[in-house]
Design a protein. Sequence first.
Length: 373
Amino acid sequence: MFRYPTPDDARGAGFAMVTDRFALLLGPGAGEALAAAVWEAMTTPDAAFEDVLSVIAAVGIGALPDFGLVELVDAGSSAVSVAVRGAATIDLHGPQRSSYAGTGVGTWVEGSAQHVAGISLGLGTDARISLLPIGRGVVRTDALEWGMTSHPPVAAPATPVTASPSPAPVPALEDIDPLETVAVDRRTLTASFGPRRTPQPEPEVAEPEIEEPEVAEPEIAKPEVAEPQPEPLARPEPPVELDDSTVLGSRRASAPVAEAPVAHRYVLRLEPGGEYPLDHPIVLGRAPRAAQHPGARIVAVPSPRKEVSGTHVEVRLDEGMLVVRDLGSTNGTIVRDASGEAGLLRSGATSRVSPGAVLDLGDGVLASFESPS
């Protein structure tokens, strides 16, 4: 079970959210509307790490709030994945301590660890008085803790023991010797987050084999087809005298009108930058290499804080559809459609978009699909 300190000013504190698989500390600048949207994403069945990040990133890379996110990946090995941004920090305690901080990063920092025996999340504060438990829900605070950390909570006054025999009490999680954490990792981590809910495949039921009787295929006689006889040559029509009222070409079949190439209907408009026709795939990045993308148009974009990867994303037309493909970028790309709905494209994923969609690569680099001016 997680613990949190009671803030002096609850309205000015952050949002701490705990579910059976996620723990999130969201900065107070996020606001209640974003906090409610993130909570809905975290509590959705089979929610993924990327789903929660997509909701946070929907506000735009330039307006990202401070946050620290932890996901239980595997209870058996006490493995977790983390993401941290801004003033938020995450400390993972265990055989090897790992610390993550988002200071000076435009997007966020990600990491993972195994055999985790304790977790500490903070928003730049160190208030560790009156730690209260939270099993599942949302509270206003600036810190979260679980398990064995270097800052144990204040213990309650000891209760006198009576002389009557009673079973030995089970030691609280906070009183366990840190040297014994490896032995309790699986139990304590599963109890705090709960087992990861993954859909179980339905058992396969073997169908009984039915021997089908062999049926001889009937012989079908092929009908005799008469060889086609050559048609008699048509006599040429006499020349037609055209007068002033005759429409030239009316006696000829009209030639099909060739449609303009779809690539000319759309251009990729960069901000900052210019317009690029989609007659070839376009690869965007801080320093993409032409040799790795033969046949594509290579466009380098500025990224002083290196939020844009060297090779970030590819855009192209595929059978008339606008397609965006992540090229293994570090922070992904926010894809916002014409209605304003946003999602995070990463890990090599591909998405089809409509005209008017806007891509946010980070560092203020925006790309949109528009009609040529």
